[in-house]
Design a protein around this ligand. Structure first.
Ligand SMILES: C[S@@+](CC[C@H](N)C(=O)[O-])C[C@H]1O[C@@H](n2cnc3c(N)ncnc32)[C@H](O)[C@@H]1O
Length: 267
């Protein structure tokens, strides 16, 4: 898989993450859905992988690439890792630092992109990159950088969105475009930047990472129920708080939309 064209990349709105102020931790905001609705699935999966590989987090270092305001980073720190988070959006890093301080969590946050990770080779035992790969301009470079900063036998844990007919219907049309249900800003995601599992597998292989598995996800509720919940939010009957309490992802074999996985850096 090649990097996306400048024409495709120009369509995604990554400036959302550069807004001043806290756009991550206030409960009634769209990005807080990452905590209420996505964290249960992805943190649960990460814990499963860590347990399966018998990783002693308290003896190891972890990097989150594209950490935003720290919604996943804080969970990584709570698992016990010596934790670093990087993101190109300085405003988000500022929020992440402030929030970690208020939670008394010792996390190193720095600005930096996945294409140019600002650390030497073999710096980390585990690298996380969740809900980010479908936002980057140069995916092959990001995967090669992640591989570079991982120690031999280090673990790469990721999730992203598949490029399928169903992801176009749900993640683009329903979540973003069709005003009857949409809860995300337009162009938060661009369908052509979504990544098929076979594409990421090939990239991992090319960059010295041995792919191990993929897992899927599904909403905890039926599709008609999800639509009725999204409608309540559009009509102002619910805020993101109620939406987040009632709608979340759970692990499933369905990889049509969000899927996760892990790979090991070859020794
Ligand atoms: C959906 S948010 C995910 C944030 C965080 N990983 C989480 O899940 O809570 C996407 C993040 O990717 C970051 N991002 C965009 N382009 C990036 C790049 N080239 N390298 C690293 N991060 C990038 C954005 O600034 C934003 O913080």
């Amino acid at each position: 898989m090649e990097k996306v064209t400048a024409e495709v990349y120009s369509q995604i709105d990554n400036d959302v993450y550069k807004k001043e102020g806290d756009i991550w931790w206030k409960p009634d905001t769209v990005l807080h859905i990452l905590k209420t609705s996505v964290n249960p699935w992805r943190v649960g999966y990460a814990r499963e992988v860590i347990q399966k590989l018998r990783i002693r987090a308290t003896d190891q270092s972890a990097l989150e690439v594209g950490c935003g305001g720290g919604i996943l980073t804080e969970e990584i720190r709570r698992m016990g890792f010596a934790t670093t988070g990087i993101d190109p959006a300085e405003e988000s890093i500022h929020t992440a630092r402030n929030h970690a301080r208020s939670e008394r969590l010792d996390i190193r946050y720095e600005t930096g992109s996945g294409e140019h990770i600002p650390y030497p080779d073999a710096s980390f035992d585990v690298v996380f990159c969740c809900d980010v790969l479908e936002h980057v301009e140069d995916l092959p470079k990001v995967i090669s950088e992640i591989s570079r900063v991982l120690k031999p036998n280090g673990v790469f844990i990721y999730d992203t969105i598949n490029r399928t007919f169903i992801s176009k219907l749900v993640a683009i049309k329903i979540w973003q475009e069709w005003k009857r249900w949409a809860f995300m800003p337009p162009n938060l995601h661009v369908w052509n930047m979504f990544i098929r599992p076979d594409e990421i597998k090939a990239l991992l292989q090319t960059h010295g990472l041995e792919w191990k598995e993929h897992v899927g996800s599904k909403p905890n509720i039926s599709i008609p129920k999800m639509l009725s919940f999204l409608r309540k939010r559009v009509k102002g009957e619910w805020t993101f708080v109620e939406l987040g309490k009632n709608f979340r992802l759970v692990e499933d074999s369905d990889m049509n939309i969000l899927y996760g996985g892990y790979a090991i850096k070859k020794g």
